[in-house]
Design a binder for this molecule. Sequence first.
Ligand SMILES: Cc1cc2nc3c(=O)[nH]c(=O)nc-3n(C[C@H](O)[C@H](O)[C@H](O)COP(=O)(O)OP(=O)(O)OC[C@H]3O[C@@H](n4cnc5c(N)ncnc54)[C@H](O)[C@@H]3O)c2cc1C
Length: 381
Amino acid sequence: MDFTFNEEQKMVIDGARRFAREKLAPFIAELDEKAEVNLKALKELGKLGYLGMTLPEDFDGSNAGAIAYAASMIEFSKVDAGTAVAVSVQNSLVNDAILTFGTEAQKKEFLPRLASGEWIGCFTLTEANSGSDPGSLRTSAIRDGEHFVLSGTKNFTTNGGIADMMIVFAQTCKEKGAKGISAFLVRTDVPGFKVGKHENKMGIRSSSTTEMVFENCRVPASALLGEENKGLKVALTTLDGGRIGIAAQAVGIAEGALDEAVRYAKERVQFGRPISELEGLQFMLADMATEVEIARTMLFRVAWMKESHSQKFTKEAAMIKLYASEMAHRVCHKALQVHGGYGFMKEYKIERLYRDQRITEIYEGTSEIQRCVIARSLLGE
Ligand SMILES: Cc1cc2nc3c(=O)[nH]c(=O)nc-3n(C[C@H](O)[C@H](O)[C@H](O)COP(=O)(O)OP(=O)(O)OC[C@H]3O[C@@H](n4cnc5c(N)ncnc54)[C@H](O)[C@@H]3O)c2cc1C
């Protein structure tokens, strides 16, 4: 068992840390305030290989692997969790789905453009009345000869407002319910599609979250990703990998919060000495650091499971997504407490980290859904 990063991984992770410091940190406070995406940084990340981290070189991927990807996600999330989730969606939800389920022609058309950042992708499954229960989605895809006609509205789509292509889930056989859903690869310039409402969010405000509206939108049958009526499998398999990205996002936010708490505790003087000398605060910091370390260790183990293709990791991905996101909640809560009243003010980074953390317990399956996945696996269902 080896717990060290190899030289290649170290280079990739150092590059991510440098990028976060130089290209994300100077802009995040303003982008958070204005709810704007750092598209320039995202495009640059593509050129540097961070948008095709788990893709083979045949498709212009950087082939850095799931471990380096998770570690890079930590570095981006510490500084700008909004840009980090855009990176996560591109790598885990879009690229991985196409690599696993796409035809050779689809891989050749989409993957090099996604890996380089020429195209930004999104994964649009959720609808107003279909969140935790994706099998109940209502967007329809009706076959018309060699085409499908898509109608319906998706919501809460990350990267929606900046996407060049999307993976859309729609019902191709209403009678079959959850077994009648298919996945499609669709360009966002296709007639009949438009971006709907842009959400005004509590956190990760430097990410785009929108509705996606389909009005008699015709796509060729060759746009099917995977088999017809097997779309739920595409979604659920892809989300297993996605949860590693979100767990890494949570670990990054928690690490960022811990760093802020340690720094502040050393600077702030009360009762004539730095508050870091108070045992009550030292215990809080010690608990935070211990929880972060536990999550990091399990995160890299699950990333290793994915990278080595050694076994199915559905249960473990749910476990680390659940643990890391709830751990980040506890850590951000304590880190803000260490800051006292100043932590409640926008001038302090912890205020944003506290808001950014909250989504990690909700998207790509809420904590309750992760518990359902883990329990199902334990009970052999
Ligand atoms: C900022 C943001 C970005 C997002 N990005 C994307 C994206 O890119 N693509 C996409 O498709 N979706 C995206 N989503 C949607 C996200 O995945 C869903 O919001 C999430 O899965 C929960 O669905 P819901 O909001 O409809 O809540 P609901 O499913 O209505 O859940 C409400 C409550 O009921 C609980 N609950 C539901 N079912 C069960 C159960 N069986 N057992 C116990 N408790 C249960 C939930 O845990 C929750 O507490 C995003 C959401 C947000 C807020």
